[in-house]
Design a protein around this ligand. Structure first.
Ligand SMILES: Nc1ncnc2c1ncn2[C@@H]1O[C@H](COP(=O)(O)OP(=O)(O)O)[C@@H](O)[C@H]1O
Ligand SMILES: [Mg+2]
Length: 373
């Protein structure tokens, strides 16, 4: 069994604590903190993405420990608490724990089968809710930089999160080249299996960019293979990936084709990439109009301007937001040198030139897309 959970372990015994961390890690859980007492627990729970599970060894002073922990269990109701003690024969202790709302009382020494079953239940409940955040980059004109943004954002997310980048520019896509990868399988290969699309097949088709840890699913090698990519297959693919990844980045196209409409509807954030030029803004306007007429909600639409220069643009950012009725979320500066370097070295700018101004701009865009300003 492999669980997808973030956990915290609280145990005053160093050996016990390490053993529990080892046990959880071995089964795929991520231990975000292992601490000797509950004193430092609150700041670890009061975060944007709190852990799903907190395991607390109540011993040696089980009653006192439980009394201190109890209010936290009540306060952080969405977090699952497991408590452990050698005093499981103490009915009063167990009852008190249940009243506070602990999910499981684990008698020590722990029965690893039962412990695992308990963790699996939590993982299952969390897993059915858990879904990768899907972020799509949509270019408004050719060469406006959607692919560059997708690659840099994906490489940045991959530093701290399990991230996959999908190339939906099915004929001309350049995601694999941007990372100097030549994948054996592509997005078309995971479609041909009809109903049997499963995790194993998808795992095989993903290429890994070793320096960043980013997973990549590239466009078909042969252009006509893009005809095999259906809306149903694509939705199924996103479902499988959603359960395995924290972030799914789509390098996309501006299209009203049903595949791309599915991508828009499945995405948590749709980024329209513009340049400060009349054709780009006009296309953005037409596309937003189409989405409105097709009844597609545009609350998750963000406008990002690429290749920004203070002087010399046809239009100002203010004009853009006025025309589109959507605020400009971010602007990325023009940086010809870094862009050329990235192409020549087959490495996105954030990896190749992390200190460049454009890289720090990508970094802030990532924070914004992540919901932290
Ligand atoms: N901020 C930038 N400054 C300078 N050049 C850029 C920038 N972003 C992208 N480019 C360059 O613009 C060209 C087109 O970018 P690309 O990401 O392929 O656009 P799209 O996917 O929208 O067609 C590439 O050569 C890329 O290196
Ligand atoms: Mg592109």
């Amino acid at each position: 069994m492999y669980v997808h959970l973030n956990c915290i372990v609280v145990d005053s015994g160093d050996d016990n604590r390490e053993e529990m961390v080892g046990f959880l890690t071995e089964h795929g859980a991520t231990v975000v903190a292992a601490i000797p007492s509950i004193e430092r627990l609150v700041p670890l729970l009061r975060v944007d993405e709190p852990p799903q599970l907190v395991m607390v060894n109540l011993d040696p002073n089980a009653h006192d420990m439980l009394r201190a922990l109890g209010p936290l269990i009540r306060q952080f109701q969405s977090i699952n608490f497991f408590v452990m003690s050698e005093q499981a024969v103490d009915v009063q202790l167990v009852m008190e724990a249940m009243h506070y709302g602990v999910k499981e009382f684990i008698p020590l020494p722990a029965d690893s089968e039962k412990l695992l079953a308990g963790i699996e239940r939590i993982s299952h409940a969390a897993g059915s809710e858990k879904r990768a955040k899907i972020i799509q980059m949509i270019p408004t004109i050719g060469g406006c930089g959607a692919t560059s943004i997708a690659c840099n954002v994906a490489a940045s997310f991959a530093r701290n999160h399990k991230t996959v980048l999908l190339d939906l520019d099915l004929v001309r896509g350049a995601v694999a080249t941007s990372f100097d990868l030549s994948p054996r399988y592509t997005i078309a290969d995971v479609m041909s299996s009809g109903d049997t699309l499963d995790r194993h097949l998808v795992d095989n088709a993903l290429a890994v960019h070793a320096p960043s840890g980013l997973f990549v699913l590239s466009r078909p090698e042969v252009p006509e293979d893009s005809l095999r990519i259906s809306r149903v297959g694509f939705n199924r693919l996103l479902n499988v990936l959603s359960r395995q990844f924290d972030y799914i980045i789509l390098d996309s196209l501006m299209s009203v084709d049903s595949l791309y409409m599915a991508a828009i509807q499945q995405s948590d954030v749709n980024v329209l990439v513009l340049q400060l030029s009349v054709p780009s803004v006009r296309n953005a306007e037409r596309f937003i109009g189409a989405l409105r007429r097709m009844g597609i909600d545009r609350h998750n639409l963000k406008i990002v301007i690429n290749r920004y220069e203070k002087r010399g643009a046809d239009i100002s950012p203010e004009d853009v937001s006025k025309t589109l009725g959507v605020e400009v979320s971010w602007m990325i500066p023009n940086d010809f040198r870094s862009a050329i370097d990235a192409i020549n070295f087959g490495q996105p700018v954030v990896l190749r030139s992390p200190r460049a101004e454009v890289s720090s701009s990508y970094g802030k865009l990532v924070q914004m897309l992540n919901g932290r300003h």
